[in-house]
Design a protein around this ligand. Structure first.
Ligand code: S3P
Length: 166
């Protein structure tokens, strides 16, 4: 089976569903945030503080380029679609599945997030988080070869839907 790439906003369940897809298909699961942390040698929060978002996006593209031809289940970071170059690279990696979710669902999840993975939502109001999300919607849709609505489904149901539609 060809690999599967998951895209979507923070809190959409990309990592959880990625692990389930990996268990179902036997393909290895790769989390791009983990690969970036290996690459930068510090947490994502520390990297943002030191070098800023633009430098982080450079590293993200570097990691993405390593996985153009892949046989893995890949969970990407929520902002990977921001660069036009990344969108083109991702399209060449189809199937790309957009795990679609809404602020009603992801904002409460992100409020409880105390990791060092998501500097863009630390100390942000729900309105500010929505402002990060909204310009991305079109990019997620444009990049995906499959869109799965996750709000009313368990991660197991989302996994089943993806596998049924491949
Ligand atoms: C980001 C999402 C994060 C991580 C970084 C930037 C974003 O990944 O890559 O903090 O811009 O949406 P997750 O979507 O896995 O949380």
């Amino acid at each position: 089976m060809k690999g599967i790439t998951l895209i979507g906003f923070m809190g959409a369940g990309k990592t959880t569903v990625g692990k389930l897809l990996s268990a179902e298909t036997g393909m290895e699961h790769i989390d791009f945030d983990d690969k970036i942390v290996e690459e930068i040698g510090m947490t994502i929060q520390e990297y943002f503080d030191l070098y800023g978002e633009a430098a982080f996006r450079e590293k993200e593209t570097k990691v993405l380029k390593k996985y153009i031809d892949h046989n893995f289940v890949i969970s990407t970071g929520g902002g990977i679609v921001m660069r036009p170059e990344n969108r083109e690279l991702l399209k060449a990696m189809a199937p790309v599945v957009y795990l679609e979710t809404t602020p009603e669902v992801f904002i409460p999840r992100l409020k409880n997030d105390h990791t060092t993975v998501r500097p863009l939502v630390v100390s942000k109001s729900p309105e500010e988080i929505k402002d990060v999300f909204e310009p991305r919607i079109l990019y997620y849709k444009e990049t995906a070869s499959m869109i799965v609505s996750t709000d009313k489904q368990t991660p197991e149901e989302v996994t089943k839907e993806i596998l049924a539609n491949l």
